[in-house]
Ligand binder design. Structure first.
Ligand code: NDP
Ligand code: BG6
Length: 479
């Protein structure tokens, strides 16, 4: 196991964009979750920073508003958490705002031997670079560590992702940048390494000799309601496939790392991602949702700021291939979409037919289902004898549901990593490069070719027509 690292004393977390959606819905609740678990050092402080001129009380209301209090004890902990928080307004803009922020940080660090400063960039991507330059100029810690925490999007293709990296390089070392992909904080995604490398029963079958195909799906029942403009410029491939899905795929397929250190883990992820061929347009089905059958739910094009001729992909099914010895010949079915008939993130490892299949009738190949959400769990479908006087067989699930276990929130886990300086779940720069290489040719093709129109599917359906035939044709090819 990697050694547990503690959060250093005299640590301050600054949330830039403290009045925004990410801060309100994920970051403050995540930090409060850490308070409840007593994981924050006594002198840990949070500073909110945003253009609004708001009072301390108004800021505390932002922090309190999403929290549900189940007991009076939690009310006390919430109060304790709010006491750690202060607010600096950046309304003056430019140098003046950052001088005000520096003043606050110096006040907090007054009289201390050292101070560690972390800056969470919960900001529009257009201001990442100028804000990070201002932070380096005014707020870099002279007597402690400084770290920048950034969220996707990390560019919109390979070149822009490299450009973003080049812009950060003069001021920030790679080991000072923590890149968040919140899927890496999800418990079941975290469990993939333990399942694979901690259990001989799975480790020994994890290859092309035993596995027929692997399916990874990120399905969402909700459409792009209220986020039309963002989504129209992003699309589902950039929104969840290049990042969240690729991280799942890397953990599923990488070789065993030498250790659980951040570098050993990232090295193996990069190695396997480099084996994935860029996805070809003919290996995809691209869709966009239309109104629901009953007309109640809107089409994507009904969203505000989405033009009538939008070709934005709200659905993508794609086949990926990994050309190394372990995975050669195994198709990876990747599927992601909005406005579907269900919300589910799931991985299916479909095993090949058993060589003993001919002695029993009605055998099904074993299948390992890893449910990331909802109802987290791992299920292994095995053939069992039906209790009776004749030999008949039925598939049943060995069921490892997480039902009664408390599952930490993804942002709690990643905030704790960032605060501790544990980079094992941070996305390293070369991982980004490798993941963009897989999708950039496809994205450029879709962006540039007017004739590439997504197939329509109904809001609330399983996706565009032709999906089943598409999947079956690859399943047959792999036989
Ligand atoms: P919002 O637009 O809701 O919030 C952005 C925040 O940044 C606001 O506090 C805003 O203040 C502030 N801000 C905007 N421009 C400036 C500026 N020039 N100087 C200083 N502060 C500024 O965005 P989100 O919170 O949704 O997203 C923030 C980042 O996180 C984005 O990069 C997004 O892609 C990413 N992200 C968000 C997720 C989410 O769940 N929301 C999930 C994953 C990633 P004001 O409102 O006063 O302009
Ligand atoms: C975000 C995307 O990164 O992930 C959203 O921008 C998507 O569009 C979300 O809905 C899915 O995350 P989760 O945790 O709800 O599965």
């Amino acid at each position: 196991m990697a050694p547990t690292i503690e959060i250093k004393e005299s640590t301050v977390l600054v949330i830039l964009g403290a009045s925004g959606d990410l801060a309100k819905k994920k970051l403050f609740p995540g930090l409060y979750g850490l308070e409840r678990k007593c994981l924050l050092p006594e002198d840990f402080q949070v500073v909110g920073f945003a253009p609004d001129q708001i009072s301390h009380e108004e800021f505390v209301n932002i922090i309190r508003s999403p929290v549900k209090l189940e007991s009076p004890r939690f009310a006390e902990q919430l109060k304790q958490f709010c006491n750690r928080c202060s607010y600096v307004s950046g309304h003056e803009g430019g140098d003046k705002s950052f001088e005000a922020l520096k003043k606050k940080l110096d006040e907090i660090g007054h009289g201390k031997k050292e101070q560690h400063r972390l800056f969470y960039m919960a900001l529009p991507p257009s201001v990442f670079v100028p804000m990070s330059e201002q932070l380096k100029k005014h707020c870099y810690s002279e007597k402690g560590q400084t770290r920048l925490i950034i969220e996707k999007p990390f560019g919109h293709d390979l070149e822009s992702s490299r450009e973003l990296q080049r812009s950060l390089d003069p001021n920030w070392r790679e080991d000072e940048i923590f890149r968040v992909d919140h899927y890496l904080g999800k418990e079941v995604v975290n469990n993939l390494l333990v399942l694979r490398f901690g259990n001989e029963i799975f480790g020994s079958i994890w290859n092309q000799r035993n596995i027929d195909n692997i399916q990874v799906s990120i399905l969402e029942g909700k459409g792009a309601e209220g986020r039309g403009s963002y989504f129209n410029s992003t699309g589902v491939i950039r929104d969840v496939m290049q990042n969240h899905m690729i991280q799942i795929l890397a953990l599923l397929t990488m070789e065993r790392p030498k250790s659980l250190s951040a570098d050993d883990l990232c090295d193996q992820k990069v190695r396997v991602l480099d084996w994935i061929q860029p996805i070809k347009v003919e290996d995809t089905i691209i869709g966009q949702y239309a109104k629901s059958g009953d007309g109640e739910k809107p089409a994507f094009k009904d969203e505000e700021d989405v033009p009538d001729d939008s070709r934005c992909a709200t659905f993508c099914a794609a086949i990926a291939h990994i050309d190394n010895e372990r995975w050669n010949g195994v198709p990876f079915f990747l599927k992601a979409g909005k406005a579907l008939n269900e919300s589910k993130t799931e991985i299916i490892i479909q095993l090949k037919h058993s060589a003993n299949a001919n002695i029993f009738k009605d055998m099904v190949p074993n299948k390992l289902t890893i449910r990331v959400q909802p109802n987290e769990g791992v299920f292994l479908t095995v053939n069992t004898s039906v209790p009776s006087l004749t030999t008949s067989i039925e598939p049943m699930d060995l069921d490892l549901t997480y039902r009664d276990r408390e599952i930490p929130e993804a942002y709690e886990a990643l905030l704790l990593d960032a605060l501790r300086g544990d980079y094992s779940r941070s996305v390293r720069g070369d991982e980004l490069d490798a993941s963009w290489k897989i999708f950039t040719p496809l994205l450029h093709h879709l962006d540039e070719n007017e004739e590439e129109k997504p197939r329509e599917y109904r809001y609330g359906s399983t996706g565009p027509e032709g999906l089943d035939e598409f999947v079956t044709s690859y399943q047959n090819r792999s036989k």
